[in-house]
Design a protein around this ligand. Structure first.
Ligand code: ADP
Ligand code: MG
Length: 629
């Protein structure tokens, strides 16, 4: 028997580990199972290299909990350790066993990705245990089994023991303040969270399984029951497989496995698979985004070699894709570092742009392969795509190939197609192509109608960040301009050279303007006299594009508009000087009657914009009844 001091620089590292290293004590189980998995994968690997004698069978990992003895055991059938190896890998904390292994089998292990990257993994057991024992026997023939024991002080014991089977058994003597980990339910929950997809089968207890009834069995026959190992994980989850071996149904099945409480099917998936310049696999799903979807739930999960790490993928997955679901698995993402460090890390940046590129490529291929189906999904995916176009320049550049611009009649154009389509009719006198859009079909109905009447196409752009998006499009595309249909009278939306002849003289106009201004709240409404078709309504309310868009951008978090204060709602009252009623208003001699006419016409215009409420509405109704009396 040997005793000695564990080679750590700090006088006693364990309290530090316990308190500070991991805020989450529960990860001890993940760490120990990771080690058991590494040891088993190493064994399998060495076996394929012919360096292990005999058949290794199908090694599994077993977790046992003994509540009475307050023990948790993690048992593997992996490579085990000799006494010297325990000295080296366990006692010399600073020395990474993983590094040693890589050194030794450098050119042979490259493809296997079997090295854990968890640093002080083993010592995390002291977060929950007051004493830890290791029973281990190396796969190397003739090696003697050893027992190591440590109670949390830097002192350890190492001696020979009589373990006869290959592998390692870790015994945790659970501390009084961590007794919750002796609950079967707690362990099951942890296994489910961290180990659901680990590559070696993990056994936790047994369960009963009913055998199928033999043919011709009596109706009331009871199926025979057998006891089987309760394997808690799926060692070969979909993302570890080759995309060509997976059907649509397999992907959906995996989605259900990932999110058992999620009943809505995903729209489509993206299989990630890259090994240079970094290693990353995974499957991302575009979910159907409904208002009831809780973005805090069912998030993308990050794994390292099939070990769950976190579902906070901030910094790794670009912001706009965080509404996606699925799995990312990469050994190249540094863990246990701060988020700001992550964002500065070169490899992580590459990962983020790789993911962006893959998503863009997938969208392009979906669009190309089945445009109709893609159009049908557009409403569900547009917010993510538009957000991506705004936040990732690379994505924006690619988006021309798949971003769609639907009209109010549900016709879908790409940007290029749209400009091509409307150029002949919607080019203004300065040779700018004016793209008309609506944000709400119902409330902007009359404006949409008027524009369509003129033979214009009207887009329906109704996502919350649209004002930012069109601002960006105007900034990056040549000679185009977006104008919402209610921004002006239809003849002014796209300014052409033709001028309507005004029935009113300039003098008459000058008389009319102040009369109207006096009858309406002029802080909010600017009177704009226009000679239009005599059949067009006498009064109409428009909301100038610029102010409205700035206001919207400010409301949805526009950069660069800080300090400009709050934009008030500003409207124009467009008065059609060719409409008969307007002539009548001008010629009405009784001041009171004139004012009533203006107010009535103004209220009707407001009504059609949905701007008439409360007291104003009541007054309007009263006045209307009086007028028809
Ligand atoms: P890491 O896993 O990052 O190397 P750990 O502290 O988790 O760091 O483990 C230290 C070393 O101890 C491992 O690299 C390995 O050599 C050895 N080890 C730990 N657990 C086992 C095990 N179950 N079987 C064999 N070796 C193990
Ligand atoms: Mg480890």
């Amino acid at each position: 028997m040997a005793t000695g001091n564990i080679n750590v620089t700090a006088e006693n590292i364990f309290p530090i580990i316990k308190k500070f290293l991991y805020s989450d004590h529960e990860i001890f189980l993940r760490e120990l199972i990771s080690n058991a998995t590494d040891a088993t994968l190493k064994l399998k690997h060495l076996s394929t290299l012919g360096e292990v004698k005999g058949d290794i069978g199908n090694p599994i990992i077993e977790i046992k909990v003994d509540k009475d003895k307050k023990e948790i055991r993690i048992i593997d059938q992996g490579i085990g350790m000799t006494g010297e190896e325990v000295e080296k890998y366990i006692n010399q904390v600073a020395f990474s066993g993983a590094e040693e292994f890589v050194e030794k089998y450098k050119d042979k292990v490259e493809d296997s990705g079997i090295i854990g990257h968890f640093g002080l993994g083993f010592y995390s057991s002291f977060m929950v245990a007051s004493k830890v024992e290791i029973f281990t026997k190396s796969f190397v023939e003739g090696s003697k089994a050893v027992r190591w024991e440590c109670d949390g002080s830097p002192k350890y014991t190492l001696e020979e023991t009589d373990k006869t089977t290959r592998g390692t058994e870790i015994v945790l003597h659970i501390d009084e303040d961590s007794l919750e980990f002796l609950e079967e339910g707690k362990i099951t929950q942890l296994l489910n969270k961290y180990n659901k997809f680990m590559p070696i089968p993990i056994k936790f207890g047994t369960r009963e399984e009913s055998l199928p009834l033999p043919e011709g069995a009596a109706e009331d026959a009871k199926p025979e029951k057998i006891t089987v190992d309760n394997i808690v994980n799926n060692p070969t989850p979909a993302w570890t497989k080759n995309p060509t071996d997976l059907s649509d149904e397999d992907y959906k099945e995996f989605y259900r496995e990932l999110y058992p409480m999620q009943f809505e099917e995903p729209l489509f998936n993206i299989h990630l698979n890259v090994d240079y310049p970094f290693n990353l696999t995974g499957i991302l799903y575009f979910p159907k985004l409904s208002k009831s979807v809780d973005p805090m739930k069912d998030k993308i999960q990050l794994y390292q070699n099939q070990v769950f790490v976190t579902d906070n993928v901030e910094g790794i997955v670009p912001d706009f894709l965080q509404m996606l679901r699925g799995v990312i698995d990469s050994p190249d993402i540094p863990l246990n570092v701060s988020r700001s460090y992550l964002q500065a890390d070169g490899a992580v940046k590459k990962i983020s742009s790789y993911i962006t590129r893959k998503v863009a490529d997938k969208l392009i291929s979906l669009f190309k392969n089945d445009r109709k189906a893609f159009e049908a999904k557009w409403d569900d995916i547009k917010v993510i795509i538009e957000y991506g176009m705004l936040s990732e320049e690379k994505f924006f550049e690619k988006s021309d190939k798949f971003a769609l611009y639907p009209t109010v009649d549900k016709e879908y154009f790409t940007f290029e197609e749209l400009v091509e389509e409307i150029k002949p009719t919607q080019t203004d006198k300065d040779d700018k192509v004016v793209i008309l859009y609506a944000s709400d079909v119902k409330s902007q109905h009359s404006y949409i109608d008027a524009a369509k009447e003129k033979g214009y196409q009207v887009l329906l752009l109704d996502s919350p960040i649209v004002s930012h998006l069109i601002q960006k499009l105007e900034g990056s595309k040549e000679n185009i301009q977006f104008v919402r249909v209610d921004a002006d009278h239809v003849d002014n939306l796209i300014k052409k050279d033709e001028n309507q002849i005004s029935k009113l003289s300039d003098e008459e106009k000058e008389t009319l303007k102040p009369i109207i201004e006096e009858a309406i709240p002029k802080e909010t409404y600017t009177v704009q006299l226009e000679a239009m078709d005599s059949n067009a309504n006498p009064f109409m309310i428009t909301q100038p594009e610029f102010m409205r868009r700035m206001k919207e951008m400010q409301a949805t978090g526009g950069g660069g508009m800080m300090g400009m204060g709050n934009f008030p709602d500003m409207y124009n009252l467009v008065v059609n000087t060719n409409n008969e009623l307007v002539g009548e208003i001008l010629n009405t001699k009784t001041k009171k009657k004139q004012e009533r006419l203006i107010k009535q016409a103004f209220d009707l215009a407001k009504l059609s914009q949905g701007l008439l409420h409360g007291e104003e509405l009541t007054t309007f109704i009263k006045r209307s009844f009086q007028m028809i009396k």
